[in-house]
Structures are given as C-alpha cells and as structure tokens.
Design a protein around this ligand. Structure first.
Ligand code: GCV
Length: 701
C-alpha cells in the first residue's frame, strides 16, 4: 500500500461515524428511547409536594431517566414545602389535593374535572411574576405517571414544550394484555422467545425486565395483565403460584398494572378438593370463595379471572348442563366482595354442532344478554372466527346491550406470518373498532411479548403492542397517527413519515397474498404457518380450510346469506339486508358471505377468478414495494435494526410468493380455468406445495 493510500485509510477510520452507523440498537428500549435533544431548553428541575407514593416515584424516575438522556445532565429534584416556588422552567407534579392545599390554581383544579382517576393535565404555566414551569396535574397518582410519559413523548417528538395544554383521559376502563404464557415458560402462539415470566425463579428473583415491561405498558396506559394462558392449568391456583403472581403484582403495581389470572374451570375437582366442578354445587362455590379470599390476602388489588370454558376441549359449566352465565356468575360471586371481575370468553364452537362455526358464539351468548352478574365482562374476539388477517366484526358487538363486552384482539400474529412478516395491526384494529366501538367496554390484547431482546420478536411487532395500547386508551384514535407516533419515537422524526407509509400498506399486503376477497382460515394445520387450502381431512369439519373456502369446479366462497348458513341474520337488519346482495357487499368480505361462480363479474370488470389472481399478485408486489421503501430508508436507520428488518422483509417476500403460488396452484386445480395473460404460472406442482411440512414451527405445543 503506498503512503497516500495509508493516509486516506487512516483518515477514513478517524472520520466520525454518522449517527445511524454509530449506534447499534437492539430494540430493547422500545419506544422509550430518549436521545439527546440539541437546541431545546429542557427542565432542570423536577418539583413535587411530597416524596410521594411508589407511583409518583416511578413518574419522577422516568422523568429523570428521560431528562438525563435528552439534556445530558441529571435534573435536580425538589420537594417543595408549603409556599415554596419551583425553579423557573421546572416540571411540577401535583395531584388535585396538593394543588388545593397549596392554595393556588383554581382554574387548574377545574381542568381536572372529568378526567377521572387515570386522566392527566399537561400545561405550560406562566405566573404573573413571569416564572414559567410545566405542570403535570392529575386527580390520582397514576394520572401523574401517565402525564409524565405524555410529557416525555412530547419531548421525544420535538413538540413545543413551552406551549403545552393537553387534557387526556382513557375512554375505556379496562385495558388488559392477555399473556398466553404457560407455566413451563413456553408461550402459545408466541414468537418472541420464552415467556417473560421466569416462573421457576419467582417469587424470589424479580428480573429488571418486569420493571421495563411495566414502564412500557404504563407509557401506553395499559392497566392490566393476565399472566397466564387461557388454556390454563390447575397449578396456577395453588399457593406457590399465587405467591409468584403476588411477587409480579408487587413489581407492576406502581405502574398502574393490575394482575389477573386465567383459571381452569375444573381446578377444584382436578386438585381433588371437591367432588365436582358443577357451578351450582355449594361446595364448589365455597371453594372458589375461599380461593378468592386467599388470593386477595396477598394481592389486594387483584383484577380477577379470565376464563376459557367449553371451548376447544377446555372444561366448563356446560359439562354439568349449566349455562355460561351460571358458570360466570358463580365465579363473579366469589370475586365481588373484593371488587374483582370475571372476563368470560365467548370464543366457543363445538364439533358436534353442525351449524356454521362463525355463528356459534352468537347463538350461545346472545340469548344470555342480561343474565350475567354486574362484575362479569364477556370477552369477544374481534371477528366471528379466529384472528384472521381480515374478518367482519363479531356480530355479538351490537347484540348484547345489557352486558359489558370486552374486545379481544390478537397482538401476536398467529395467522399473519408470525414475527417474521411485517404486518402493522393498527389498521386491523381501527377497521374493527370503527364498527364496534359503541359496544366496547374494554380491550384485551393477546400479547406478543417474550424474552427476546426486541420484546416482540421483531422491531416492527413492537408497533402492534403500541397500537393496541393506544387504541385501548382511545378507540377512536387513528392507525396512521399511531404509526407516525410510534415510528417517530422508535426510529426518528425524520424517518417517521416514510416508515408509517410502509406500515400502513403492510396488513393489506398480507390479506392479499394470504386470504383475499373475504377468504379465510387457509393456513397450515395446527401451526398456522403457510398456505394449505387443500386440507380437508381433519377430524373436525371446521378445522379444514376446505370448510371455509368451499371451492369447487363451479365457484368459491361460503354462502352466509339466507340461502346458506344465514350468519348474516346475526347482524343489524339494515346491514344484513344490504350485504345479502353480493353487489352491495364490500369486496373485502365478498367470499366470506357469498358463494359465487368463478366467472362472476367484479366491479373492476374482471371475472372473480381473474380478480382473485390479481389480489395474490398485488400482495406479492406490495411486499416488494415495502422492501424497496425500507432500502431507501437505510441512511436514516441505525445499521443493526435496518439489517434485521431487511432480513425479515426478504423472508416475507419469499413467503408471499409461496402463498401466492401455492394458492393459485390449488385453486386452479379446482376451477380448471386457464391463467389470464400476464399471470405467471406457479413454478412448482400442487403436489410440491402439499409436500411441505413444518414439524417444529414455533408457537404451537
Ligand atoms: C389459546 C385459536 C388458537 C389457540 C388459542 C385459541 C383461543 O384457536 O389457535 O392457540 O388457544 O384460539 O383463543 O383460545
């Protein structure tokens, strides 16, 4: 190497790395990434009236953490005695009572009206003497914590910090994650490593990650967590496990997170402490009352029970010829003295029941409206089947006006390509809530959280946790705004618009390459990975993809009008009437409600067959477009996260192609129709796609 080359090399090595190259982020910080804010005047003091409760301390610690990182300097902490003034530019935390005691700010106290226990006020204040400070005020301590996170968000997103005036309160009281985490640390439908709960080491070892989990949830306003799988085990209600749950409750409590447990209906019977699990048996009811008392002795703010009963082989009150209401009410009576609730799932369908599976939950539950105890919430999945890439809203939202209903979304992506495919679910949630919001009293999200460094199995899956939390707080929030906010905090304000654009197209891409035009449940058996529309030999009819698409030589789709299963009749009459005609049915639900001939004329002018093929192709093209967009973002994203996402998009591109090819190979074998000009034939035979097996696919026990 000649001298000048060495000099150039040495200089290149000395050149400062760009910010994007310098930081090798692994995603652990989630959206709570506090980065240096250059040129912004940040508070140098955090002031409060008393040292405060653990919740106020959590708020102070988060502000300290954020300010330390953003300002590069530790803020001072001032506990103000009566009459003392905060430093100019400080952040002041005060509850309503403290404001009243300090004798000031009647106007502020008025602004706290109607904000309830969890709302907050964020206001830039200017006193007559010119002193400026930022007030975070709330009726209760938890509002101060939520307000602290809101202030940090405003700072992260580069909002003006000297003109804040935000009043915010959650629209729903229960905003709860459902962990499908097993006691052996596996996670049903989990794609993010082992369970975050290290049950074996609890209660003595309390991982720092539990606190970071609580911080992340509190930053979104999530206020409850069901620790274990709905496919529950009796052991969760034994003393050692109650102690483990109590240890977690202690860690999570300061962050406003209440702990709930999933319980197995037959627990007292299986633990051999009763002779039956009949809900009307006095001994059984007494056992549950005693169990509730035992739990509340160590978890005084325990939230209650989540129950999957008489569903997919789980035991339930129907085993004793009792109704779901009789079962739920017996548990509710045990919890009522402690103000706990029962979240009773409506996800039921029975093999011996020949009726359309999409109708069964409604048939079982709608007649029970008004029969549930006041502390029972019926938890209903977003659609009538099972977390598909797209479903119409569940008809129970609108059919049980006397019963509080909890909306259950899946945050983990069992049917949308696991954590290797990018699918932003904000759009799915928004679409469902647009139709269901008035009937929704709470929100449950099947968590995508595990022990992986990214928490959610991939960087973009964090956005689904985020979107769930945001929409649980405000079901009217918009998916696009949430995507922008998440991307701004998780990556950067500069990259956010392009990232949000990519996110907004992602879920529709998945729908197009997996289940276009209202098709549904075409995934591989059991693990739900990849296409398997040909499967038709499973024991229960409704486990077979062929049950759902009903394709044969003349046409495709499930007739759910009056000439078919009449599931449409479960919807509001005006809607049912409109959608009884395929020409008035939105194309995205067409084959969900109608069985149509292959040559049915679509509004586009194409035949149904050609339209179906076009959707598969546009799904694949959309993923290619997402890849290109991500590539263009490279200069704005730190190298490690950019590469990790790029790898996943490459996998998704292949999987989209596979879905498209296998689906076309299969449906062409049924329709016997030629591929229109310009449509590429699948590269392999149908037999090849059928021969693919995935014995160790994740998330499936
Ligand atoms: C927890 C689907 C999933 C199951 C899940 C079930 C449920 O069937 O495949 O893994 O079980 O839904 O929601 O109860």
């Amino acid at each position: 190497m000649v001298i000048w080359q060495r000099v150039v090399l040495a200089l290149a090595l000395l050149l400062p790395l760009t910010a994007a190259q310098a930081e090798q982020e692994d995603g652990y910080e989630l959206w709570l990434r506090y980065r240096t804010l250059a040129g912004v005047a940040l508070p140098k003091q955090i002031a409060l009236a008393t040292p405060g409760s653990p919740t106020v301390q959590a708020a102070v610690q988060e502000l300290q953490r954020g300010l330390r990182a953003m300002a590069g300097k530790e803020p001072s902490l001032a506990v103000l005695s009566a009459g003392a003034q905060p430093a100019s530019g400080a952040i002041v935390l005060a509850t309503r009572t403290q404001l009243a005691a300090s004798g000031g700010q009647a106007a502020v106290a008025g602004a706290l009206e109607g904000l309830g226990d969890e709302g907050y006020l964020l206001r830039s204040m200017c006193e007559p003497n010119g002193r400026r400070y930022t007030l975070i005020a709330a009726n209760k301590d938890i509002g101060l914590l939520y307000g602290a996170f809101a202030w940090l968000q405003a700072a992260q997103l580069g909002k003006r910090l000297d003109a804040l005036d935000e009043r915010n309160a959650p629209k729903l009281a229960r905003r709860v994650l459902n962990h499908w985490d097993n006691l052996d640390r596996t996670v049903e439908r989990g794609y993010s490593g082992e369970s975050i709960w290290n049950w074996w080491e609890l209660p003595d070892i309390r991982d720092q990650r539990y606190i970071d989990y609580a911080r992340a949830n509190a930053s979104l306003g999530i206020n409850g967590t069901v620790l274990n799988n709905v496919n529950s085990k009796p052991e969760i209600l034994t003393a050692p496990w109650i102690a483990k749950a109590a240890a977690l409750a202690d860690v999570l409590r300061p962050y406003g997170l209440r702990v709930y447990l999933s319980v197995r209906w037959s627990t007292p019977l299986e633990l051999k402490q009763t002779r039956t699990a009949d809900p009307l048996d006095p001994q059984v009811a007494q056992w549950w009352r005693d169990k509730a008392d035992e739990i509340y002795r160590v978890i005084p703010d325990f939230g209650g029970f989540l129950v999957k009963a008489n569903s997919e082989g789980q035991p339930g009150p129907q085993d004793y010829h009792r109704t779901h209401a009789e079962g739920a009410n017996m548990l509710a009576a045990a919890l009522a003295p402690h103000k706990g609730i029962v979240m009773w799932r409506a996800f039921v369908y029975a093999s011996e029941q020949p009726d359309d599976r999409a109708k069964q939950a409604y048939s079982d539950f709608a007649p029970l409206d008004g029969k549930f105890a006041p502390n029972v919430v019926v938890q209903v999945k977003n659609g009538p089947l099972d977390f598909q890439p797209r479903e119409p809203v569940h008809p129970l939202f609108g059919a049980m006006p006397k019963t509080p209903l909890m909306m259950e979304f899946q945050v983990t992506k069992e049917y949308l390509g696991f954590a290797t495919n990018l699918a932003y679910l904000g759009t799915l949630y928004e679409e469902t809530l647009r139709d269901a919001a008035p009937a929704v009293a709470g929100m449950a999200g099947v968590a995508n959280i595990g022990s992986s460094r990214t928490w959610s199995g991939s960087h973009f899956d964090q956005a689904n946790w985020y979107a769930f939390g945001r929409l649980a707080w405000n079901p009217q929030a918009r998916a696009r705004d949430i995507a922008l906010e998440w991307a701004g905090r998780t990556f950067s304000a500069k990259a956010a618009p392009d990232i949000a654009g990519l996110m907004m197209m992602s879920r529709e891409a998945v729908v197009d390459y997996m289940t276009p035009l209202g098709l549904t449940h075409l995934m591989g058996t059991g693990h739900h990975y990849g296409p398997a529309p040909w499967v038709s030999d499973l024991a229960r009819p409704e486990w077979n993809p062929a049950y759902y698409h009903r394709a044969h030589s003349k046409g495709i789709g499930f007739d759910r009008t009056a000439t078919g299963s009449n599931a449409l009749a479960q919807y509001a009459p005006a809607l049912a009437q409109r959608w009884s005609d395929p020409r008035n049915t939105p194309p995205e639900y067409l084959l969900w409600f109608h069985h149509l001939p292959w040559d049915y004329a679509m509004p586009s002018g194409r035949t149904l067959w050609a339209e179906l093929l076009a959707h598969y192709d546009s799904g694949v093209a959309a993923v290619a477009e997402m890849q290109q967009r991500w590539q263009r973002l490279k200069p704005l994203i730190d190298a490690r996260r950019h590469q990790e996402v790029a790898q996943r998009l490459a996998v998704q591109r292949q999987e989209a192609q596979w879905w498209r090819d296998a689906s076309i190979a299969y449906f062409q074998s049924v329709s016997k129709l030629p591929l229109p000009a310009g449509v590429q034939a699948p590269p392999h035979s149908l037999e090849y796609y059928k021969s693919l097996h995935f014995p160790f696919a994740p998330g499936h026990g």
